[in-house]
Design a binder for this molecule. Structure first.
Ligand code: HAM
Length: 536
């Protein structure tokens, strides 16, 4: 039998203790923030009917779907995201509660090209609000994403806001529906990635005639061409009859009229698509700080005769973000943002981190007012949500901690009783440290203090705390550690004497561990926050 070691599936990861702990800590911080905003937890299955995503997620996600037929012949998929599952679960409840604010966390699967920060199996944690009316809901959701990052101590992020409803409105205005509409909506993303000329070429190759016989398109915009109504088809028939003077070869008058009408429809549709593509190009150029971008957007919408309401809403959202504590300099507008998921109907947003390179997106979300119905809900329900990629949050936090700009999280302390007679006082010290949110591992081995120091250093603890009855009550002596042992006293700040346990957290913050990049088990972000800190 072959005994060659088996490799893990490409794009998946084994999380050794430290990474697993970091991901868990990140998840807890996000979920704590969601809970503070009144969201309730739900768990949804990893396996879903593939149709859940085929209905409305769009090509970008469907092309990456892990799907298969189970032994009962049903087409099943591994969920590629959480939103559709959460909406399905909400619809399945005996009596839907609206508004409903939920969060869920778990692994999702996409057949991606793996790279740093881009996996085929990754963790998402996300929120959804069902029954989310207006700009207050838009702003609260964006603010929840931003303030969660603040709580985690991730600072170098930017929030970019767009609105896919504006393009949707133009397509409706031009009478573009069905497949063509879906393709054009998806083109917003393609135009950003590959340029508008690449999109035009793709359109030409995909849909050369732009209209299939029998498919009727009503083009309402007189700027594109004259309206083709059934009345005009009658007029066309009369015209054909007059000009052909009865000489139609083997074709009937109805045949000729239908073919001619189809030709005109095709020309009209082509003109409408051309105009939509031109608009997509212009829309994609509207980006930058909110004031400048909104001015440019107003001019564009006016030029195309479109309702400026989405821009008024965007402007109100930005004012509200300020009230929710999101700094204005973090916010950008980008009307070319489309997010690759087809269920969005209005405001969309992403949060990027400057240190993460190509996979810089920490979070994405937006408004999806049709999905509830599309997935079988009996009524229309406005909805909005977002999801974080947990692995990327960990990468962002690490990048900031290593660069020294973030809020360094104090690492684990190894608490050693100086003598066996100091057991009670050591137990008290470890408990007090844990109360203020510092991870404290108590040395219960009974070995001599020297052996304990060597052990703590080898195991990667960041600090050593010696406790002794000879020191004042409620104090300890802290020593930073490196993996090689206690550093020389003049290379790192070491408290002169015992410090009060209650001020340990401040001291740890002011004196980060000498090598917090270490992969040691205990030198990690495994300190959970006190409830008071989580709120700050
Ligand atoms: P999404 O932008 O596709 O949105 O994914 C959300 C987040 O998951 C991204 O911002 C990113 O941090 C992370 N992510 C995406 N792909 C990968 C990958 N291959 N590897 C690692 N992390 C990744 C959604 O999934 C929507 N359901 C969000 C939403 C909720 N919209 C409304 N409600």
């Amino acid at each position: 039998m072959e005994r060659r070691p088996l490799e893990r599936v490409r794009g998946t990861q084994d999380h050794q203790t430290r990474q697993a702990t970091s991901l868990d800590a990140m998840r807890t911080k996000c979920e704590t923030a969601f809970g503070l905003h009144g969201f309730r937890r739900v768990d949804v299955p990893v396996l879903e009917p593939a149709e859940l995503h085929l209905r409305k997620s769009g090509l970008e996600i469907i092309s990456k779907l892990y799907s298969f037929h189970d032994l009962g012949g049903r087409r099943i998929c591994l969920r590629p995201e959480l939103t559709a599952s959460m909406v399905r679960a909400a619809i399945a409840q005996p009596s839907p509660r609206l508004p409903d604010k939920m969060f869920a966390t778990g692994p999702v699967f996409r057949y991606e090209r793996p790279s740093r920060g881009r996996f085929r199996q990754f963790m998402q944690t996300g929120v959804e609000v069902l029954g989310a009316e207006g700009v207050l809901a838009d702003a609260e959701i964006i603010a929840l994403a931003a303030t969660t990052l603040d709580t985690i101590g991730i600072t170098r992020y930017t929030v970019t806001i767009g609105n896919v409803g504006i393009l949707g409105e133009l397509l409706t205005h031009l009478g573009l529906t069905g497949r063509r509409r879906a393709l054009l909506l998806e083109s917003l993303e393609d135009a950003r990635r590959h340029g508008i000329e690449a999109v035009r070429t793709r359109f030409a190759s995909l849909d050369p005639d732009l209209i299939q016989p029998g498919e009727s398109t009503r083009i309402r915009d007189s700027a594109v061409t004259a309206e083709l109504s059934s009345t005009s088809e009658d007029a066309l028939a009369r015209l054909v009859a007059q000009t052909s003077a009865g000489d139609l070869g083997r074709r009937t008058l109805a045949d000729v009229t239908t073919r001619l009408a189809a030709r005109m429809h095709a020309d009209t549709a082509r003109a409408a698509v051309d105009r939509a593509l031109a608009f997509i190009g212009e829309l994609g150029a509207v980006r930058g700080d909110p004031d400048t971008a909104l001015d440019a957007a107003r001019a564009l919408l006016e030029a195309h005769g479109l309702d400026p309401k989405p821009l008024d809403q965007l402007s109100e959202t930005i004012t509200l973000l300020d009230a929710f504590g999101v700094k204005r300099e973090r916010v950008q507008i980008d009307l070319g943002l489309s997010r690759g998921l087809q269920y969005y109907t209005g405001m969309v947003f992403e949060v990027d981190h400057e240190a993460l390179g190509a996979e810089k997106q920490l979070c994405g979300g937006g408004r999806y007012d049709d999905l509830y119905r599309v997935l079988g809900g009996r009524q229309s329900v406005t909805a909005i949500g977002f999801a974080f990629g947990l692995e990327r949050l960990v990468l962002a936090k690490e990048a900031e901690t290593i660069d020294g700009t973030g809020d360094n999280v104090p690492d684990a302390v190894f608490v050693v009783p100086s003598t066996p007679g100091d057991a009670v006082i050591a137990a008290r010290a470890a408990t007090a440290l844990r109360h203020i949110g510092v991870t404290a591992a108590l040395d219960t081995s009974g070995r001599a203090a020297r052996g304990a120091v060597a052990f703590a250093a080898r195991e990667g603890f960041a600090y050593l705390a010696m406790v002794s009855r000879d020191d004042p009550p409620e104090t300890l002596r802290l020593r930073p550690l490196t993996p090689d042992g206690v550093p020389a006293d003049d290379t790192i700040s070491v408290p002169d004497g015992p410090i009060p346990i209650t001020s340990t957290l401040e001291w740890l913050r002011a004196n980060p561990a000498p090598s917090s990049e270490s992969t040691g088990l205990h030198r990690s972000t495994n300190r959970s926050e006190t409830p008071a800190e989580a709120r700050s």
